[in-house]
Design a protein around this ligand. Structure first.
Ligand code: HAS
Ligand code: CU
Length: 582
């Protein structure tokens, strides 16, 4: 019983089903990426109506960063919890129930977005949700979009309950054991996710949904933006932490070695739990209505948040080096040659890590309050996030699929060479595209515009010419689309492949420094959650209070009941003085 599907056939089916939704979303999103890259660079005018550009961009963004990523990671989390606790899920029915909720949510939100491609539907009229993946006001979507989003997020919450439940039951049977590392990573990620999604839950349920249903006349745009970024920053770690999990668990194993340090890995995930949320305001350095002091605090927290990634760079590279030396690698850098470069799962994840070093660097630049003024809302920002979510995460997910699929199906990977070409093509395509996007941003070229011709405005400077940059972006984007197409061919080919008995064991080797070296306090999830909540309260109470105070809960002039905190105070005074019925 060495492969996962032999040990847990029913769970393998859940994971496969999650992966397939993820891959369909990837296909739709990637196709939109191709249209985008050709249109934005003026290579080919794909749409003549500006509105269509936003429908394409929203489809691209939401299907990739919400559906592709989250569907994939819930599958990985089922794998991590069941293998590391060595027990199946407690109730398959319960597991399929969150799968069902997430599917319903995806379908509703997805249909609302795709419906935007047609102007007027018979009977229902205009249905659209061209609000981009940063769906705050004043952009407004059809209620079906917000409803779908809410159901999808509730689905992920229920999934978290499933994993916590497995852990609790396991704990009753193993009271003195440390939480196995993969489960520890899942639980800390989910705790972070519960805190982060409170922001988007309030934004959607209290404001955006009632507003799009016509129950509220107005909303306060700055408030919904701030609540969005309360969630919008930590969501990037919801994507990254599963990718890190694979770097910690699979990269050392495939390199032929063992994880360098279990305690360091635990520290990294705790740092993400406590620091991911109180930083969201670094997306709002240019928002009027939030004082500089609050922005400065967000910047300071962001700089602390670099730490877990720097620790990861160290731990993961050290583990790879250990593996390479086990395989006979020698010298200061000579060991790099001994790594298993012929294995697409390895090469894809290693290249994803290399690119993330650059993406992390552009993140540090974004995070500086003063230098952010230069790059904000420019093409630089898509350059940054195509290296992070678009490579560190997406390429890791695709590469690890090459390891997972044989485990989940008992079938041999279809064409290793093709898979290898796929991951290298992604790396090359992204090098062209993201580098040129960063440079284009420095020239002042904006992100998110339906008009790539910029009304004849010439963006010439020392950094390069627009024509050359556009050519690189279009070339890179086309290579990326080709890479996704090859990925899908390998996935489908594997699903159709014959069963094989030669699949390697799924057992993850013990770390060099194991849990016995980790201080017990690291496993005290309650403590870290309390600290995380306190930090969020400290970072967000005053900014939110001042936004509501200045702009009203529903915006200036909104039909809000408490127009401002001041008026609440006046009401309270009147009530205590007996002037108002209590
Ligand atoms: Fe970011 C904007 C700051 C990380 C995603 N970011 C965005 C947006 C997205 C995004 C989607 O402060 C755009 C949102 C929008 O639509 O407006 N980001 C940061 C910082 C980090 C960071 C400080 N971002 C990410 C990650 C993302 C992501 C991760 C997705 C997964 N970002 C910002 C800021 C903005 C922003 C501002 C707002 C910009 C604006 O003005 O709008 C840090 O977490 C980065 C830390 C990373 C490192 C790198 C460590 C290196 C490692 C590699 C190890 C190598 C290996 C391979 C394993 C310090 C871990 C070895 C291989 C061998 C062969 C040896
Ligand atoms: Cu951020």
């Amino acid at each position: 019983m060495s492969t996962y599907v032999e040990r847990f056939p029913a769970e393998a089916k859940v994971i496969r089903s999650a992966f397939y939704v993820s891959f369909v979303s990837l296909a739709i999103g990637a196709l939109m990426g191709l249209l985008q890259t050709l249109h934005r660079t003026g290579m080919f005018e794909v749409f003549s109506e500006p509105g269509t550009y936003y429908t394409v961009l929203t489809t691209h963004g939401v299907f990739l960063v919400i559906a592709f990523t989250i569907w994939f990671l819930v599958g990985v989390f089922v794998w991590a919890v069941t293998t590391s606790l060595d027990r199946g899920v407690e109730s398959l029915r319960f597991t399929w129930s969150w799968y069902g909720l997430m599917s319903l949510g995806t379908a509703l939100a997805g249909i609302a977005i795709l419906a935007g491609f047609v102007d007027d539907w018979p009977i229902v009229g205009d249905v659209s949700a061209d609000v981009l993946f940063t769906f705050y006001a004043p952009l407004q979507a059809h209620p079906m979009f917000y409803l779908g989003l809410a159901i999808f997020i509730v689905g992920t919450w229920v999934a978290g309950v499933d994993w916590f439940r497995s852990w609790w039951v396991w704990k009753q049977e193993n009271p003195d054991e440390r939480i196995p590392l993969p489960t520890f990573m899942v639980l800390t990620t989910m705790l972070m996710w519960y805190i982060a999604t409170l922001g988007v839950a309030v934004a959607v349920l209290a404001f955006l949904l009632p507003w799009s249903l016509g129950l509220l006349e107005t909303v306060n745009p700055l408030l919904t933006r701030t609540l969005f970024w309360f969630f919008g920053h930590p969501v990037v770690y919801f994507w990254l932490m599963p990718a890190y999990m694979m770097w910690y668990l699979l990269l050392p194993k495939i390199s032929g070695g063992r994880l360098f340090s279990d305690p360091l890995a635990r520290v990294v995930f705790i740092l993400f739990l406590i620091l991911s949320v109180p930083t969201g305001i670094h997306h709002q350095y240019l928002d009027p209505g939030i004082s500089e002091g609050f922005k400065f605090i967000a910047m300071t927290n962001t700089m602390f948040l670099l730490l877990p990634s720097l620790l990861t760079a160290f731990t993961v590279v050290a583990s790879m080096e250990h593996g390479a030396r086990q395989r006979g690698g020698e010298g200061h850098f000579g060991w790099l040659k001994a790594l298993p470069w012929g294995n697409p799962a390895f090469t894809g994840m290693a290249l994803a890590g290399l690119m993330f070093a650059a993406g992390g660097f552009s993140g540090m630049i974004n995070a500086g309050m003063n230098i952010n003024y230069l790059v904000h809302n420019s093409f630089w920002v898509p350059g940054h996030f195509h290296l992070t979510v678009g490579t560190a995460v997406a390429l890791t997910f695709m590469a690890s699929t090459y390891w997972f699929l044989p485990q989940l199906t008992g079938r041999k990977l279809f064409s290793r060479p093709l898979a290898l070409v796929q991951v290298v093509l992604w790396f090359v395509g992204m090098t062209f595209m993201s580098n040129a996007m960063h440079r284009a941003g420095l020239l002042g070229i904006p992100r998110r515009t339906a008009e790539p011709w910029y009304d004849g405005f010439e963006f010439e400077a020392g950094v390069g010419s627009v024509g050359e940059l556009n050519a690189q972006i279009a070339l890179g984007g086309t290579l990326l689309t080709l890479s996704v197409a090859i990925f899908l061919v390998v996935v489908i080919g594997t699903a159709l492949n014959g069963k094989s008995s030669e699949i390697e064991t799924s057992v993850i080797p013990e770390p060099l420094s194991g849990p016995e070296d980790s201080p017990l306090v690291l496993d005290n999830l309650k403590l870290w959650t309390v600290i995380a909540v306190v930090l969020v309260v400290l970072a967000y109470t005053l900014p939110l209070a001042s936004i509501i105070d200045r702009g009203g809960l529903l915006g200036p002039g909104g039909r809000a009941f408490p127009m401002s905190l001041d008026s609440l105070v006046v009401l309270a005074q009147l009530a205590t003085e007996g002037a108002l019925p209590r």
